[in-house]
Ligand binder design. Structure first.
Ligand code: AHR
Length: 647
């Protein structure tokens, strides 16, 4: 309804900016990203491992694997559990080939197939030993969905001791649904664990690293921070299933796999093969933050499981291990390289500190039980690490009794940042564009930690990342930016989703095994984060902030280092809107301004693998007329204008 309203035809909106009266500073952390392992974001997504269930630790140990035979080949498999002898990775597979000719083996289906590319090199690795007398070699091959070979290599030289083996080979054809065959040729048995296949080309070409195309999308956002590892995944459905960072660092074969809580969360999007291998663990998150030039923001369990699930809590007098986890994490990130947890960081390859400055205590908690626990955490963390800013929650809802209660308590506690979440209909984002105009300037700062405009949930087509959702988020974000003295950080959520394995929609970035797609929401985020400036330049129309009058939302910021002003203009109406931006003081030195526009009449439009650029920013120039920039804001558009003003 709101969006159907059209602008008053031909009324020129005169927006003025006075650079001599600047507004608040904009924090470098203003626009960041929220990473959670939901929708196959880590295993099957960012973490470039192609083999699913590589160490046979899924609940059903052979999930993802099938037996295969070639020619006269025959054999058998046996899953062996070492129990406490290898408590973090107890199972391995004994594979026995029983025929002198042919081959016997196992095939891995990957994460909805394996995406492989022509001409790229793939690195196979395995932990293996011979069992008894065995005269076998291993043939490793990639095949397409019709079992046609795509590339292969031989691994041999096994002994009676566990040893790592690696072999690389080049793939001859691009295929989204490849599978990996591990053949035994000869007679005898091998014990196998950590059967793995990675592209050699990963982000920064780190061995066994991250998918370069997905990280590339993050890099292009220039995020000010990266929050990890979630979300509800921090809390777990029950405490036993919470995220424990210490189990995600060190050698990958000693990182204890657990079920992913999104595996069973939604019956309509059940994902029984969703687990957390933690190949992407806390070291890798810190490293990613550093690569992106983003502040790391880890969120830790505060001793409360997800309150939408079991809601179980640890007794207050048993909180110590949780608080110790927080203290040890600070040491892991910032401590000296030669002792304690800092030593592990150095051994993993990063002697220099990661410069952790912020820490979240709990995710979407609510109630007195949260405040009680937060107080114990804060008491100790403030005393031992006054340099670390603490991020606290305000519950799952953006208003109401729980929200008000937590804000009141966190104000008393002098929390540094309060994390607000809003998953709400598009109209909410328009109605709330002025949400922060009247917020308390003296209390904790706001971290808009999870937000997205949502249509109906589930498989409904309007739960997609439509232009409607992105446009209304853009309108709302002008309000966040205008209030940068209160809102110091903001992140859309969730970040990633696999087109064939998602549980939650909408999401910022979609991918399949070969491709990645930025949503309209992604391009809105990108236009804001790459044009964030460093200080607000208040923009007024008739003396008031531009926040929804006649379907127009707008704001201005300065980029002092570059000597530029940046304007953002959002027209949510179905009519083109004449707008004139003028300076009250100073002058534009540029003869023209750079304009980037995201626009479409069709609010249901979205980007897909087939049509990835249906909504994409277009670049052009705008004429500057003295101290005025006249323009037409296209119907249903976000325009970002950059213009030189001199320093
Ligand atoms: O972003 C998806 C989920 O939404 C997060 O895990 C949780 O914090 C929120 O409820």
């Amino acid at each position: 309804m709101l969006l159907a309203a059209s602008a008053t035809a031909q009324t020129t909106h005169r927006l003025s900016v006075d650079p001599a009266q600047p507004g608040p500073e904009i924090q470098p952390t203003m626009w960041g990203v929220f990473f959670e392992d939901i929708n196959f974001a880590a295993d099957g997504g960012l973490y470039a491992e192609l083999v699913k269930n590589r160490s046979f630790e899924f609940l059903w140990p052979m999930m993802g694997w099938t037996e295969i035979r070639e020619g006269e080949g025959k054999g058998k498999w046996l899953v062996i559990n070492r129990g406490d002898l290898a408590a973090r990775n107890p199972r391995f597979l004994r594979l026995t080939a029983d025929a002198p000719t042919g081959a016997y083996g196992i095939q891995n289906e990957g994460f909805r197939g394996m995406g492989v590319k022509k001409g790229e090199t793939y690195r196979f690795s395995v932990l293996a030993r011979k069992f008894g007398v065995a005269d076998v070699k291993m043939r490793v091959e990639l095949v397409d969905s019709l079992d046609r070979p795509l590339g292969n290599t031989i691994v041999e030289g096994f002994t009676a001791d566990w040893k790592p083996f690696t072999a690389s080979f080049t793939c001859e054809i691009t295929e989204a649904k490849a599978r990996l065959n591990v053949w035994l040729e000869g007679e005898g048995a091998l014990d196998l664990d950590m059967i793995s296949l990675f592209p050699e080309h990963t982000w920064k070409n780190r061995p066994n690293g991250l998918r370069a195309d997905l990280v590339g999308m993050l890099e292009a956002l220039h995020p000010g921070f990266i929050r990890f590892p979630g979300g509800c995944i921090v809390e777990g459905r029950e405490l036993a299933n919470r995220y424990q960072w210490k189990k995600t660092v060190g050698p990958v074969d000693e990182r204890e796999l657990i079920i992913n809580r999104w595996n069973t969360e939604f019956a309509h999007r059940s994902t029984p093969d969703y687990f957390q291998s933690f190949g992407l663990g806390f070291y890798e998150y810190f490293q990613l933050a550093e690569d992106l030039g983003a502040e790391p923001l880890p969120i830790l369990s505060c001793g409360m499981a997800c309150q939408f699930n079991t809601g179980e809590v640890v007794p207050i007098d048993q909180l110590d291990p949780y608080i110790q986890d927080a203290l040890d994490l600070i040491e892991f990130a910032n401590g000296p390289a030669d002792q304690g947890w800092g030593k592990l960081r150095a051994e993993m390859g990063h002697p220099a500190p990661f410069h952790l400055k912020m820490l979240g205590v709990g995710n979407e908690q609510w109630g007195e039980q949260y405040v009680e626990r937060y107080k114990v955490f804060a008491g100790i963390l403030r005393e031992k690490h006054p340099e670390i800013r603490l991020v606290t929650g305000s519950g799952p809802f953006n208003r109401g009794e729980w929200f008000d209660y937590l804000w009141g308590e966190m104000r008393k506690e002098k929390a540094d940042l309060v994390d607000e979440h809003y998953y709400a209909p598009p109209e909410w984002f328009l109605r709330n564009a002025a949400r922060y105009d009247d917020y308390d300037r003296n209390g904790p700062k706001v971290f808009a930690g999870e937000y997205a405009a949502h249509g109906p949930q589930g498989d409904d087509p309007s739960s997609r990342n439509t232009w409607l959702s992105a446009l209304t988020e853009a309108a709302f974000m002008t309000g966040l930016e205008r209030n940068a003295d209160v809102v110091q950080m903001a992140s859309y959520a969730p970040l990633f989703a696999h087109v064939e394995a998602w549980q939650w929609r909408p999401d910022l970035i979609w991918f399949d095994n070969l491709n990645v797609v930025g949503t309209p929401n992604y391009y809105v985020q990108k236009l804001f984060s790459t044009n964030k400036g460093d200080r607000v330049a208040p923009m007024l129309e008739n003396g008031a902030a531009v926040s929804g009058q006649d379907s127009l939302y707008a704001g201005a910021v300065m980029d002092r280092a570059k000597g530029e002003l940046i304007f953002k203009v959002v027209n949510t109406s179905s009519q083109a809107m004449p707008v004139e931006i003028s300076l009250k003081s100073g002058r534009f030195t540029g003869k023209s301004a750079v304009l980037q526009t995201l626009a479409s009449d069709d609010l249901t439009l979205y980007n897909s693998i087939e049509n990835p650029l249906a909504i994409y920013p277009e670049k052009s120039e705008l004429r500057v007329d003295g101290n005025r920039i006249p323009m037409q804001a296209p119907p249903r558009s976000l325009s970002v204008i950059r213009v030189k003003t001199g320093k």
